[in-house]
Design a protein. Structure first.
Length: 190
């Protein structure tokens, strides 16, 4: 079982590349963003707790996200492997993920870090906000999300580099070119 983390700032293309990799390799996709948006829409206890953090451009607290991921792993029991999109976002979440995956005698095999210029990220997110109507894709919230990413999530690159599973990949250019760069890494791990 090959477990991948699609990693990068908001707007770096994590969701887009996850979809392509799922189609190509058959991975089970775990997107905390999708799971949280569904919980908010369904007005679950988790959704209500998470909504305030998301609307403010803040990270949802570790304990809520870790509990969500643990439930998903227990329910799905993935066989081929996982693509984790939007998790982990902090070093404590990464440490918790290591423990959760160890229960299934597996680990994180690659962290695919999509690196995109800040100006490009803002433009992508503003465009997405216009097209999708996502409330968290406005300029003020985008800037806050990017600030939170740099402060809280970016340190994960070092955490995974020390484990030898971090791959910094150019996230600019055509989707197919980015996919080719990612696929080269995935194919080398099989």
């Amino acid at each position: 079982m090959l477990n991948l983390i699609i990693f990068g700032a908001p707007g770096s293309g994590k969701g887009t590349q996850s979809e392509v990799l799922i189609e190509k390799y058959g991975f089970d996709h775990v997107s905390t963003g999708d799971l949280l948006r569904a919980a908010i829409k369904a007005q679950t206890e988790l959704g209500q707790a998470a909504k305030g953090y998301i609307d403010a451009g803040q990270l949802v607290p570790d304990e809520l996200i870790i509990g969500l991921i643990e439930r998903v792993l227990e329910e799905r029991k993935p066989k081929i492997g996982l693509i984790l999109d939007g998790f982990p976002r902090t070093v404590p979440q990464a440490e918790a993920l290591d423990g959760l995956l160890a229960k299934y005698q597996t680990a994180v095999h690659a962290v695919l870090d999509l690196q995109v210029d800040e100006d490009e990220l803002v433009q992508r997110l503003l465009k997405r906000g216009q097209e999708s109507g996502r409330s968290d894709d406005n300029l003020e919230t985008i800037q806050k999300r990017l600030s939170v990413y740099h402060a809280q999530t970016a340190p994960l690159a070092e955490y995974y580099a020390k484990k030898g599973v971090h791959y910094a990949l150019e996230g600019m250019g055509a989707i197919s070119d980015i996919t080719a760069r990612i696929s080269a890494v995935v194919d080398s791990l099989k």
